[in-house]
Structure formats: C-alpha cells, structure tokens
Design a protein around this ligand. Structure first.
Ligand code: UD1
Ligand code: UDP
Length: 376
C-alpha cells in the first residue's frame, strides 16, 4: 500500500518551470511525499528546453499550446485538463508558482475539489490590474485560494499581510529562481560546453558592449512593442554596442521585431535560449533591457544593471537595491536611459553592484520542508 501523500506540482510556461524544478528536486530528495508533475504545455518549445536541462520527466502533459490562442481558449482547456488529472491523482496538496494562466487555473481546479494549494512566489503586487496583465489578477486569485504562501521577500510577505492573509500561512522563503541560477551555474562549471553556443556571437561582437534584451508582456503588445523595436534600432546604431536579443516565441512579439530589426547588423535576433545559454548571456551583458519578471530577479544577483521596460513592477526590491530602474516603453526614454548607462561611468558603477534581495539559493529546500509538514 502506498501511504505517501501525493503532491501534484503544476506548471506550463518557461518561468514556472525554471522556478519549480528546484522544488521538484527538493521534494524528490526528501522522499516522504509522492511527487507528481503535471505540465500543461502552455508553452511547448520554451518549456521543453527547461524540462531537459532541469532533468524533469512529467507524469502528465496536457499539451494545450496552440499558435496565438486567446486567453479564453487557453483557460478553458486548462481547467478541464487539470481537473481530470486531479480526479485521477487525488493529490493531498497542489503546488503552483507565480501568476500565469496555468498557475491560476491550477489553483482554481484544486479549489473546486477542496484540495489545499501551496503558492510559490506569493505576494507580488503592482496594484494595477492591467500592468502586468493578466498576471496581477491571476496572482490575487491564487492568493485567495492558497493556504500556504511562499513569499520571496519581506516586501511580498507584507503585501499578503495587508490583504489580511493569516500569519500562519505566510512563509518568507526567498525566490527559487536564485536556486535555479545557482544550479545551472554549477552545471555549466562542470560542463562549459552547455553554454558555449554563444561563442560565435561573442567573437562577432568582440570589443563592443553587449546589451541583452528580452520582451514579451501582453500589455506592451502593439504600440509598446513598436516603441521598444525603434529604441533598440536607435541604440544599435552606436558603433560601441551590440544587442543580443533572444526573441520570445509569441507571434505578437516576433512579427514586430522581425519587421523592424531583422536586417540590423548590430542586433542579433536569435531563438529563445535554453537556461544555461541565457545565464551566459546575463554574464556577458553590460546592461539588460527587459520587461521580464524573472530577469529582474536574476540580473541583480549577478550585478548587472537592468532597465525595466514597464511603468510598474511587482518586484520593487531590485529598484530599491539600485540595480533596476523602471524606464517604461517610450522610445526616447529607453534610448536616453541606455545612453546614460553607457556614457556615465559613475551611474553605471552605482547600478552594477551585486545584490541578492531575492534569496540565498535555499528557497526550494525550505518550501519542500513546509509542504511535506503540511501533508502530515
Ligand atoms: C505567458 C504567461 C505570462 C508569462 C510568460 C512567460 C499567461 C496568460 N501568460 O505569456 O504570464 O510571463 O508566459 O514567457 O499565462 N509560443 C510558442 N512556443 C512556446 C511558447 C509560446 O510558439 O514555447 C507562442 C504560441 O503561439 C502561443 C503564444 O506564444 O499561443 C502565447 O503563449 P501564452 O503562454 O499564451 O502567452 P505568453 O505571452 O507566452
Ligand atoms: N530565459 C531563458 N531564455 C531566454 C529568455 C529568458 O531561459 O531566451 C529565462 C530567464 O533566465 C528567466 C525566465 O526565462 O529565468 C524569464 O521568463 P520570461 O521572461 O519568459 O517570463 P517572466 O519571468 O516575465 O514571467
């Protein structure tokens, strides 16, 4: 008879996979609960890249991705698919991470079955329901349902307390992205070939300062993306810089970037990088220019100035620490802020200091212990 409680870990996109593979490893290493992994396949190629490097073999894969599908279609598919797996696995507890459609629907399906939910990366708030959209509401819904809230920092714990979430359910654990970054850094140290795929670009751009770019936020689609593309084109006109830009697979990003930047010799638009190669891009970049959540957490840990192409952030810790700055999506503002960092050594060195507001790399072990305790 298998008496171990089943813990179902649900994820579907690249950032959730990066931030949950350390939790899967930590729970498996304990051996006191039965770990089951359900991937929704909300992302396909970008998820599979992480499953491979993170050595995760899912027990269930819903394969829900379809090109450019609407939030309605995605949400409906997720709800019936996740619900069916819960009915088969009968988990004692469910773990979701962050604020994606997969995470929100995973929590909702668990609630419909009165299964308790642990929320990894709880308490992030921008206090604007349309920035980021739909993530701000997704994480509030999960916060309403979950009984274990793993806040990465005291700032996020305070946000939960302000929403009258009981102290007993709030645990400050650090963000598991730092665990993932440490893990991949160790893996690259043992096998440098894992991150050697950028060497041709490194040779091509030798002597130039690299600006690493990522962008994908839904609220930036349309005018915001056009502005970002124009700004990158203007920045890349400088002889002393080169842009390396792994382009998100969302067609709303790719069509704009292909049209506006496809022929710029100083901009390398490349396919999404697997995690070791992205860690290498962070290491060789002089500045990161991004609207990503995860990159806002990784860049401060590595002492890389990060300019955030958003008007608000639910991750104010990087801004407070001085490594991150909100620059919005106005073309002139982006160009001006990048130029200041390139031309003003004092401004640059003030931002280029390693800070670790997001954790010490042991978040997953803490989370696994708290989850296992809750299953007793
Ligand atoms: C999703 C999340 C967002 C998260 C982001 C991380 C929601 C609503 N959005 O946004 O919170 O920050 O992931 O990257 O949950 N596509 C591919 N291959 C892939 C991945 C995506 O082709 O591996 C294309 C497909 O056409 C897909 C589209 O991108 O339909 C959009 O994917 P989706 O997961 O709906 O939204 P993202 O913009 O990726
Ligand atoms: N990342 C990656 N390859 C890339 C771009 C990003 O591995 O080409 C990683 C990055 O290190 C971070 C995560 O993906 O951990 C961020 O994902 P994304 O920006 O898609 O989502 P967000 O964090 O904004 O939800």
């Amino acid at each position: 008879m298998n008496s171990k409680a089943v813990v179902l870990i649900i994820f579907g996109t690249r950032p959730e996979a990066i931030k949950l593979f350390p939790v899967v490893h930590a729970l498996q290493a304990r051996g006191d609960v039965a770990v089951r992994v359900l991937v929704t396949g909300q992302h396909r190629q970008m998820l599979d890249q992480v499953l491979q490097i993170g050595e995760i073999v899912p027990d269930h894969d819903l394969n829900v991705m379809a090109p450019d599908q609407s939030l309605d279609t995605l949400t409906a598919k997720l709800l019936t698919g996740i619900g069916a797996v819960m009915d088969a696995e009968k988990p004692a507890r469910v773990i979701v991470q962050g604020d994606t459609a997969t995470a929100m629907v995973g929590a909702l399906a668990a609630y419909y079955r009165k299964i308790p939910v642990s929320h990894v990366e709880a308490g992030l708030r921008s206090y604007d329901i349309y920035q980021p959209w739909p993530e701000e509401v997704n994480r509030k819904i999960i916060g309403t349902i979950a009984d274990q809230h793993f806040a990465p920092t005291e700032v996020s714990a305070a946000a939960l307390r302000a929403e009258a979430i009981g102290e007993a359910g709030i645990h400050v654990t650090g963000n598991t992205v730092i665990d993932a970054l440490h893990w991949v850094t160790d893996k690259i140290a043992a096998d440098p070939a894992l991150a050697s795929g950028l060497s041709a670009l490194e040779v091509r751009f030798k002597g130039k300062r690299i600006i690493g770019v990522t962008t994908h936020r839904r609220e930036n689609f349309g005018e915001g993306m056009e502005n970002i593309a124009s700004a990158i084109g203007e920045i890349a006109a400088r002889e002393d810089v080169a842009v390396i830009f792994p382009v998100h697979l969302n067609p709303n990003v790719r069509k704009v970037m292909d049209a506006r930047l496809g022929s710029n010799p100083n901009v390398a638009m490349i396919e999404p990088l697997d995690y070791p190669h992205f860690a290498r891009l962070l290491a060789i970049s002089h500045i990161m220019l991004t609207d990503s959540g995860g990159v806002q957490e990784e860049a401060p840990a590595l002492g890389k100035p990060v300019l955030v192409m958003r008007d608000t952030t639910e991750r104010p810790e990087g801004v407070t620490a001085g490594t991150a700055k909100l620059v919005g999506t106005d073309r002139e503002r982006i160009v001006a802020e990048v130029s200041t960092l390139l031309d003003n050594e004092a401004t640059y060195s003030t931002m280029a200091r390693a800070h670790n507001p997001f954790g010490d790399g042991r978040a997953a072990i803490r989370i696994a212990g708290l989850v296992a305790d809750a299953c007793r």
